[in-house]
Design a binder for this molecule. Sequence first.
Ligand code: ADP
Ligand code: MG
Length: 236
Amino acid sequence: VRPHAPALTAHRLQARYNGFTALDDVTLTVPPGHVTAIIGPNGAGKSTLFHCLAGTHRPAQGQVLLGARDITRLPAHARTRLGIARTFQQLAVFPSLTVAENVRVGAEQGRLQDPSAVERALRLLSLDGPVRSLPAAALPTGTLRRVELARALAGSPRVLLLDEPAAGLDTAEVTALARILKALAADGTALLVVEHDLDLVADLADTVHVMNAGRIVASGPPDRVLDAARSQENTA
Ligand code: ADP
Ligand code: MG
């Protein structure tokens, strides 16, 4: 076992929409047991990178590796089976299913079809009370973000891709989220998080990559990278 071997690797990814280059030569590794964060302005290519990693956008060039395995050509559902779970910037729960049913879908589509993982995920996200039987349609954003995360976790993923998990959450919810994500990393999950909340990134991340115009323009530990990003934001 090589404990620091990357769980997920993006190697020289380029992505295009028609003629437009949304990702240009992006290389990064996502190690197990770490939180890797991606920050950058709207349009930088953060969500496109997630789509390439999750298999919902085919890169024009470059490779995606899960461990040592080249998964560049695998469709999204096959990557989910291999242990890459994700949440979406635009929430994507099934509105007519209950909370528990949504989470069960995650287990059915995930790496292990383990019913006890459903209960564990519901408990971890405080969704094991009466809310478990409510249809997702009626729930507030903070609860839906927890449902999405529980659904991702129910598949026992090795890699977790979270696109703006704190968007729409209040302070208490962000604090609870940070605690959960740290526990997942401590358990060995590889986390890649796109997040606008720089305080949360500073609290969580082991490594931060700054994206701009489709490229990674800075990388390093948060205390080095975030000061530069904050002062850039203030002068913008
Ligand atoms: P971010 O998540 O960092 O805000 P995105 O990856 O969503 O950035 O977008 C990167 C660039 O690609 C933006 O200029 C955006 O307008 C463009 N883009 C994203 N999705 C599409 C799409 N489906 N079709 C065409 N252009 C897109
Ligand atoms: Mg985005």
